[in-house]
Design a protein around this ligand. Structure first.
Ligand SMILES: [Zn+2]
Length: 343
């Protein structure tokens, strides 16, 4: 038998980075390998993004009490995540205590007080986002178990099933939900497909486009048209011939798609669900890993994280289309090239 390893005092043992190092055991090659692996992990510098539960302080992160606190929780969580991603990009290692820590309370980690009792669902935000694998909702908002009620569908379009899920969340989780968030993202494959169908309608009309794909693209044509109108108004009649037109159309349509969905949700929430719930929206940038609205259009602007309140009138969508067209003018563009769209 190998000796039982001593556990160093560690009040944060549940999710700590290096927990227990087994003592040496000459009879076991497996143990030696384990020791080598643990020593390597101990010596190497790492850039950790940690979910932490402190059993001595299980309610360190109380649920948000109102819309503003909920919004700040999401924005601060995204700042944490984007800073961690920036550290990974630049190789800025954590020294000693990890800097990127997502606190979890007892409820979040599924803790229950009575044997056999199920954890009570208590999300504070409904998030409608894209299925894109590069856009992991809980992680990019710095949230954990039981924080978000997430609906993901390609292009974050509002199909009937999405409405049903949102309705359920606002009804069944009425005690905890404070905000509904629509999140688009740069380089969205679904929006890109809708833009290409708009630019090359004959190709789209062929039988190669499946019925299933069309059901998503049809819901994206309105924001694509709005974005195209904005570019035409701001760039002039030669807009489609100007460099960067397609990329600008995609990024503007991403923004308008999120805004239009937020506007539609705002109407429904106001119409009869819960007036104390607010609808927010934003766009996740695949380069900066920040959520903002309006998204960055050029390098002259300071990076920022913010979620906007949903438009309350269709005119605001037209204004947004013009603003995006201004930000995305070829002369103003300073962002790196748009990444290839996902399938
Ligand atoms: Zn997408």
């Amino acid at each position: 038998m190998c000796p039982t390893p001593d556990r160093a005092p560690n009040k944060l043992s549940s999710f700590s980075r290096i927990n227990v190092v087994p003592a040496p055991c000459a009879a076991s090659k497996h143990s030696l390998d384990t020791i080598k692996s643990a020593a390597y992990r101990f010596l190497m510098k790492t850039i950790d993004y940690i979910y932490r539960f402190d059993p001595h302080n299980p309610s360190v992160k109380p649920p948000p009490e109102d819309v503003e606190v909920a919004r700040r929780n999401l924005e601060n969580g995204n700042k944490l995540f984007s800073e961690w991603m920036q550290s990974c990009r630049t190789g800025t290692f954590s020294q000693g205590e990890p800097r990127y820590v997502v606190q979890c309370n007892g409820l979040e980690v599924g803790m229950v007080r009575t044997h056999g009792e199920l954890p009570r669902q208590a999300a504070f935000a409904v998030v409608v986002g894209c299925s894109d694998a590069r856009v992991p909702m809980e992680m990019l908002f710095g949230q954990g178990f039981n924080d978000l009620f997430v609906i993901r569908v390609a292009g974050n379009v509002l199909a009937d099933e999405c409405w049903g899920s949102i309705d359920y969340a606002l009804t069944a989780l009425a005690d905890s939900i404070k905000v509904v968030v629509v999140l688009g993202h740069s380089g969205c494959g679904a929006v890109t497909a809708a833009v290409d169908a708009y630019l090359k309608p004959l190709k789209y009309s062929s039988a190669k486009t499946s019925f299933m794909l069309r059901s998503i693209l049809h819901r994206l044509f309105v924001p694509v048209h709005q974005a195209a109108n904005g570019l035409l108004a701001e760039w002039g009649p030669d807009a489609p011939l100007m460099p960067g037109y397609r990329d600008a159309l995609i990024e503007s349509a991403v923004c308008l798609n999120a805004a239009l969905a937020a506007y539609s949700l705002h109407l429904e929430v106001e119409r009869g669900w819960r007036t104390e719930v607010q609808v927010l929206y934003g766009v996740y940038n695949l380069f900066t890993h920040q959520v903002s609205m309006p998204p960055l259009g050029n390098r002259k602007e300071e990076p920022k994280v913010n979620l906007a309140y949903a438009p309350t009138h269709p005119r605001e969508l037209d204004v947004l289309a013009i603003e995006m067209a201004t930000r995305l003018r070829p002369a103003e563009m300073g962002l790196p090239p748009v990444s290839p769209p996902s399938p």
